[in-house]
Design a protein around this ligand. Structure first.
Ligand SMILES: *Cc1c(COP(=O)(O)O)cnc(C)c1O
Length: 409
């Protein structure tokens, strides 16, 4: 592939798992929107931590506890810079995007959203950014309003603006759709919401791994992402929140570390970010996420974005040239996701047959059933790319789709 800003073979060599054989064929890993793979540098960082640094943090004065605490807090600063956040105390470690959104629902939503209030979501949301708000709406008697989309999978901005009224209290919006790849015009939407005094949470699970994110430039109030989609481990995620908002929010979980003092009469909560990190956090995973961020920075998010755009353009061209294949999600601005259906073949069969050739894609509703309903499909096949994928792998995907079509013809 004609791309001179990084050497793709050198990048691939950083990922031991890409050398696997599956079904006797070289693995073609195109399920990066579900979880991405981990480079050796991150694996090494985990081994280093577990062999020479592990202890509980914020607890003791001994060598290991101080070392682990320092590395954990250093990871927080790496995330701060990664998101261009103003302060490191605006970064809260969670288990993932799902927990980050639930934290905002409990900490902000339950305190500041009440009966008859309205929460705006989009039709593109992952279940993680629907269900918590539905639970809140049920508890409080609040109402969910949904931004519709066109047939390309782009949100209808006029209809979005028309949803706002004096009852609107919150906007929860995905930055990039995991099911279709649509990149939403979030900066403009946030500015509009703010003109109505409405705070905004962005679900960045599919954006943070694929493009530079600057939360101060976006001016979002909250931003959530997961480590395991960003070349890091599972069990770690991030919630960014503006300090002013985090400070006035209720704690999410109660326990150790989130308190300053406890008596049976009264507990005084700790300052942020500790207020939201009850109990022993995933220390190793946070430190490994820091290493993943170092690795991505060494390649450059802008380079990753440009390279993945070439991959997506190539794949879109090749797949749309096939008869009997429909691409679902054709927004003008897309990230590295290609959802499609093959006429007359259930997506599950597509996934199974591709697996026989070592090709990993996702099939199903992608935790976004409302998107499937909008496009009148029960499920799609989804290939999702990362910066370590190649044009040759896309050729194999296309060959695989042809083979499926032959088997069902
Ligand atoms: C994966 C994903 C989530 C959920 O992330 P978890 O890591 O499972 O918590 C939420 N939103 C989007 C857009 C996603 O792609």
């Amino acid at each position: 592939m004609n791309f001179d800003r990084f050497d793709i073979e050198k990048v691939r060599a950083d990922f031991p798992i890409l050398g696997l054989q599956v079904s006797g064929k070289p693995l073609v890993y195109l399920d990066n929107a579900a979880s991405s793979q981990m480079p050796q540098a991150v694996i090494d960082r985990i081994v280093q931590y577990q062999t020479a640094e592990h202890s509980n943090i914020h607890r003791a004065v001994h060598y290991l506890s101080e070392l682990a605490t320092r590395e954990y807090e250093a990871a927080r600063v790496k995330v701060q810079h990664f998101l261009t956040a103003h302060e490191s105390r605006e970064i809260i470690f969670t288990r993932g995007t799902t927990e980050a959104i639930n934290l905002v629902m409990h900490g902000y939503g339950r305190a500041f959203i009440g009966k008859g209030d309205e929460i705006i979501l989009s039709g593109l949301e992952h279940h993680a950014n629907i269900v918590p708000w539905q639970m809140l709406a049920q508890e409080k008697g609040a109402i969910l309003r949904v931004i519709p989309m066109n047939d390309a999978g782009e949100l209808l901005i006029d209809e979005f603006e028309a949803l706002f009224n004096e009852k609107t209290k919150f906007l929860a919006l995905t930055h990039v759709s995991n099911a279709l790849g649509t990149v939403n015009p979030v900066k403009k939407m946030i500015a509009f919401a703010h003109r109505h005094g409405v705070p905004v949470l962005l679900d960045g699970a599919q954006a943070a791994p694929h493009q530079p994110v600057d939360v101060q430039d976006l001016d979002c109030d909250f931003y959530a992402f997961s480590g395991h989609k960003l070349c890091g481990p599972t069990g770690i995620g991030v919630l960014y929140g503006k300090a002013k908002l985090l400070e006035k929010m209720q704690p999410f979980q109660g326990g150790g570390d989130m308190i300053l003092s406890v008596t049976f009469e009264k507990t005084t909560y700790n300052v942020i970010p500790s207020k939201f990190e009850a109990g022993t956090p995933p220390i190793m995973a946070a430190i490994a996420l820091g290493a993943a961020i170092d690795y991505l920075n060494s390649i450059g998010l802008a380079n990753i974005e440009a390279y993945e755009k070439q991959l997506l353009d190539y794949a879109t061209g090749e797949v749309s040239a096939l008869n009997g294949v429909r691409i679902i999600g054709t927004a003008a601005k897309k990230a590295a996701v290609l959802s499609f259906e093959i006429k007359g073949v259930h997506p599950h069969d597509v996934g199974t047959i591709l697996n026989d050739d070592g090709i990993a894609i996702r099939t199903g509703h992608h935790c976004a059933q409302p998107v499937m309903q909008r496009f009148h499909v029960p499920a799609t096949a989804r290939a999702s790319f990362a910066f370590y994928n190649t044009r040759r792998e896309i050729d194999k995907l296309v060959e695989g789709i042809r083979k499926v079509q032959e088997m069902f013809s």
